[in-house]
Design a protein around this ligand. Structure first.
Ligand SMILES: Nc1ncnc2c1ncn2[C@@H]1O[C@H](COP(=O)(O)OP(=O)(O)OP(=O)(O)O)[C@@H](O)[C@H]1O
Ligand SMILES: [Mg+2]
Length: 318
């Protein structure tokens, strides 16, 4: 049984217009996606800006209203309860937010930032609380003295580690990590990812790891979903996606991973160009006339690899 299962999730935001601010339409930010996350595993959610990734994360945390779909946690339908504060579900599922500069309150000390979820859910004496905060700081490689400092006194990588410490304070089962390293230098990215992996092993945590970059998530994720235009264009295991990318959108994303080997740069540049051309040429085969994404279908009978494609063209496209 999966730890988290999401079925046909939809989130629509109202568009208001006119002098009375009436609702004149909706942005379909997430338009029917289904996925599951197993205990101790990482699911990567990949896609370009505006494709709906953060909205999926917020929907799982109950921070935006659902237009449709259902959410199961530990096999229980908790769709109607996700927004409720202080429920055991809200304790078990935490989020590391995309924008670390604004998600850590600048006026609060690190101690208060990390202790906030503890104060919401547990009754600790100040001494017990301080001990827990010190332990959490140690897990992400920071020191006791850091507890009394303010966010601006830290580098981006350290701030993100504070975000990790806060997210694990309640020993959650699942963390939605929204672009946790995108704002960081490459060298620091690896360091934060390593802390996230260590924490995962220690607590048998599951992650939903959101990123726009297939290169970053390669070593983090057992399973991946590729998102475009509010829907999934392809889902599969790490081997399915990197070894046999089948939707033109995924193929183009993989080609855009920068290559560190300088000798291969020219070769990669021409491969990238060829895939861009292929994307333009084959677009109409893979997308509906209005740009909509087709339903996912099993790729060559695989039980793990699914690709969005029209029912009549399947075999020739993959
Ligand atoms: N609160 C909101 N009200 C109205 N529209 C919203 C709201 N939040 C998101 N949207 C819209 O929903 C769509 C998806 O946004 P979302 O933030 O989920 O994208 P994203 O994939 O996380 O992008 P990025 O990579 O830039 O973070 C966008 O068109 C966005 O403008
Ligand atoms: Mg986002």
């Amino acid at each position: 049984m999966a730890l988290l299962e999401v079925r046909d999730l939809k989130v629509y935001f109202p568009i208001r217009g006119g002098i009375f601010g009436r609702v004149v339409g909706h942005v379909r930010a997430v338009d029917g996606v289904s996925f599951a996350v197993n205990e101790g595993e990482t699911l990567g959610l990949i896609g370009e800006s505006g494709s709906g990734k953060s909205t999926i994360g917020k929907a799982i945390l109950g921070l935006v209203p659902l237009a449709g779909g259902s959410i199961y946690f530990n096999g229980k339908d908790i769709t109607r309860y996700i927004g409720k504060n202080r429920s055991s579900y809200r304790k078990g599922v935490q989020m590391i937010f995309q924008d670390v500069h604004s998600s850590l309150n600048a006026k609060k000390r690190v101690l208060d930032i990390i202790a906030e979820p503890l104060r919401n859910f547990e009754k600790n004496t100040p001494k017990e609380e301080r001990k827990k905060v010190d332990e959490l700081l140690a897990i992400v490689g920071m020191s006791n003295e850091d507890a009394l400092k303010y966010p601006h006194e830290f580098s981006g990588g350290q701030r993100q580690r504070i975000g990790v410490a806060r997210a694990i304070a309640l020993k959650p089962r699942l963390i939605v990590a929204d672009e946790p390293v995108s704002a960081l230098d490459l060298s620091i990215q690896a360091q934060v990812l390593n802390y996230m992996k260590d924490v995962q092993e220690e607590f048998n945590l599951s992650y939903i790891f959101i990123s726009h970059d297939l290169g970053v998530v390669r070593h983090m994720c057992e399973n991946l979903t590729i998102m475009h235009n509010s829907r999934f264009v392809e889902t599969g295991t790490r081997e399915d996606i990197y070894g046999n990318p089948s939707h033109i959108y995924t193929r183009r994303l993989i080609a855009s991973i920068p290559d560190v080997d300088p000798h291969k740069r020219e070769e990669n540049e021409s491969r990238r160009q060829a895939l861009n051309d292929e994307y333009e040429r084959l677009y109409a085969n893979y997308y509906k006339p209005d740009g909509g994404v087709y339903d996912l279908r099993s790729a060559t009978g695989s039980g793990t690899h699914f690709v969005a494609m029209p029912t009549d063209k399947g075999e020739e496209l993959i």
